[in-house]
Structure formats: C-alpha cells, structure tokens
Design a protein. Structure first.
Length: 186
C-alpha cells in the first residue's frame, strides 16, 4: 500500500471518528439542554411551593395581608369550594379576612402533600381554628358561635405566572364536613 493510499485510509478513519465525536457531542448537548430545562422547571416549581408555604404558614395564618402580593397577582381569579369565583387581589383578601371574624385563630401549619409541574402546583393543607365569634351571614344577621374547633383537609391548585405569583387559584374542601365540625350541620 502506498503512502498516499495509507493516508487516504487514515483520513477516512479520522473523518469517521470526527463525525462520531461530533454526533456524540451534539447528543450530549441535547441531553444537557434537556437536563437544564428540567432543572429550571424543578427550580421554578420548588420556588412556587416555597412561596405557597410562606403564604399559608406565615401570611394567611398571621393575617399579614400587606404581604399577600408576594404570592398573588392583582387580577387573581379564585375558585371557592362552594362554586363561586372571585376576581382580583382585594376581593380575595376581603373573603379571607371574613374567615377570621368568626374564627380568629384560623391557621394552616402543615402541607403534608406538595406537588408541581411547570406552571402548576397542588398542595394539601390542614386548616384549623375555633368558631368563637359571631359569624356574619348578611343583612346584619349573625350565627352565634358554637365554640367548636375545626380541622379540615383542604387542597389548593395554583397556576403561577413567570413572575412567580398566582393568577388562578382553586380551593377545595368538604363544606359539609366543615359545617359539621362547626356545629352547624349534620
């Protein structure tokens, strides 16, 4: 075999190795890109869940309404367990404040289940309190306090914006069980 033929054979092998190396590098970059995307999504979900923990454990429980903007957009839509929906930051705070009128010790201290994917999170929490004050029911009427404690399991599904605040929130709990625990239902 002449030196020209040997060089041609060597060049072909080298070219083959370079093509394989480039393909492997491209595949590695694609995998790295996918891993980076997955890592970014996991970091976003973790940040949203941490924000939600702070919302329930600190802001809601402590009635720190001025801090509510850290987790809710100004035009947040909230879907309540009784089927009604509200629109807007101020209306949501007004509805939450109303719970503390008749149960001033209302609190959420645990989230035993927390999951998320992409722009969505779902959290199971335990809401507790005691019905110790008159419950306003409209037209100046109230329901007398029963002194009964409540402890209900609830779930919240949230859609998060790229700014890290909720623009939609779905609240779920068993209203019949809630009323039973308050001494108002059977």
């Amino acid at each position: 075999m002449s030196s020209t033929e040997r060089f041609g054979s060597f060049a072909q092998k080298l070219l083959g190795i370079c093509i394989l190396a480039a393909a492997a590098l491209a595949a590695g970059c694609a995998t790295t890109g996918s891993a980076q995307t997955r890592d970014a999504e996991q970091a976003r979900v973790a940040a949203n869940l941490a924000n939600f923990d702070d919302l329930d454990f600190n802001v809601f429980t402590g009635q720190k309404w001025v801090e509510f903007h850290r987790s809710h957009s100004n035009d947040v839509t909230v879907h309540w367990p009784d089927g009604h929906s509200t629109k807007g930051f101020d209306k949501h705070i007004e509805d939450l404040k109303a719970m503390f009128v008749w149960a001033p010790d209302t609190r959420i201290k645990e989230h035993p289940i927390k999951v998320g994917q992409g722009e969505w999170t779902a959290v199971v929490g335990i809401m507790e309190g005691t019905f110790t004050q008159p419950m306003p029911i409209g037209e100046g009427k109230t329901i007398a306090p029963t002194g009964k404690a409540f402890k209900i399991r609830m779930a919240t599904f949230c859609h998060w914006t790229s700014q890290g605040v909720m623009d939609e929130e779905y609240l779920f709990w068993d209203n019949q069980e809630f009323m039973k625990q308050l001494g108002l239902g059977k």
